[in-house]
Design a protein around this ligand. Structure first.
Ligand SMILES: [Zn+2]
Length: 123
């Protein structure tokens, strides 16, 4: 991938999130709980911030912090759920599941409704 090329890395002045694959690597390092997590790009120790750039898009009242690599100008947002945010997420998932059941029941009552949706999705 071109954005991983070293020449570009040092000319990049805006902060960007790590790729998901790199993020998983960082999360795995945190899980291990040993040494401070390192940057998957350059191997430097990541610097923890007290807040996250993604604060507004975090689910509900969960909080988080960013792990920064100054060299790569990349960061990874570590999400810390509260017991309340986990409970609310579960309720959201339950609500989505109930909606899904309702849709499939509606399809059973009106046999062509589902078929029309499928045709629309293909078109
Ligand atoms: Zn780095």
């Amino acid at each position: 991938m071109s954005h991983h090329a070293p020449a570009r890395r040092f000319r990049c002045y805006t902060w960007r999130a790590f790729e998901r694959r790199d993020g998983c690597h960082i999360e795995a390092e945190i899980e291990c709980g040993g040494a401070a997590p390192c940057c998957p790009g350059c191997g430097a120790i990541l610097e923890a911030r007290s807040t996250t750039r993604f604060a507004r898009s975090l689910p509900l009242d969960a909080n988080g912090y960013d792990l920064d690599c100054r060299g790569c100008r990349r960061f990874w947002c570590v999400v810390r759920h509260t017991s309340r945010s986990i409970r609310l997420l579960r309720m959201r998932r339950l609500a989505a599941a109930v909606r899904a059941v309702r849709y499939s029941r509606a399809d059973a009552e009106r046999p062509f409704a589902g078929e029309q949706r499928r045709i629309a999705a293909v078109a």
